[in-house]
Unconditional design. Structure first.
Length: 217
């Protein structure tokens, strides 16, 4: 079972304003709809991934999970609407060679060593070429390659400016600078690809990154 939810948020609700100002708060709000877990990472254990999309008209949050959420647990008035469906059968039908359109908000970055420290630091990839190469590398790991023709395989690579990158966008020495990818791909290993869809792609999954959405090409 893989559940996909589309949430429409009430922009005037105080909780929505708080969550859009701090993506960590949005993560906490979303997790309230799921059962408690003793796992060290409840989000990972429940397969919860999300992506926030805002414009002048509305705020939409897309949430994917491996268990069914109970959105009625959220604060009164937080949601203007919620649509939920099981996409497990559609995902299981994906096979090698399948061509798909995709959308991914990710945190393309790399780890660099810290001077006089055993710990590494994650740094943002700032150029279009570096961000594109990051996605190509993730594709090789996760069972897909890019397809589209033209410069950079026809993939759009855009910085995400909302939700605003404030307090919640920096956590445990990981700076989150979301990038939105859109384009077409070819599945090269369906097992790896489906695992990537369910587990997410790249770091900062608790901060609105990693949800790989696909549709027929």
């Amino acid at each position: 079972m893989t559940i996909l939810s589309r949430l429409e948020l009430r922009s005037r609700h105080l909780g929505v304003a708080r969550d859009l100002g701090d993506i960590a708060e949005m993560h906490r709000t979303i997790m309230r709809a799921f059962p408690a877990s003793d796992d060290a990472s409840p989000r990972a254990a429940l397969g919860v991934l999300f992506r926030a999309e805002t414009d002048a008209q509305q705020t939409i949050v897309v949430v994917q999970s491996q268990v069914r959420p109970a959105w009625e647990r959220l604060a009164d008035g937080y949601l203007a609407g919620a649509q939920t469906k099981d996409i497990g059968d559609a995902l299981d039908a994906i096979t090698d060679g399948r061509r798909l359109r995709f959308l991914l908000v990710a945190n393309p970055s790399r780890k660099v060593a810290r001077e006089a420290s055993r710990n590494s630091q994650r740094v943002e990839l700032t150029t279009h070429d570096a961000r594109h190469s990051w996605l190509v590398d993730r594709g090789a790991r996760h069972g897909f390659c890019l397809s589209g023709g033209g410069p950079h395989d026809g993939v759009r690579v855009d910085r995400v400016v909302t939700p605003r990158p404030v307090r919640g966008m920096s956590h445990s020495r990981v700076t989150v600078k979301p990038v939105r990818y859109e384009g077409r791909l070819v599945v090269t290993d369906a097992e790896l690809f489906l695992d990537a869809i369910k587990r997410g792609v790249g770091p900062a999954k608790a901060f609105g990154c990693g949800l790989l959405s696909v549709a027929p090409a």
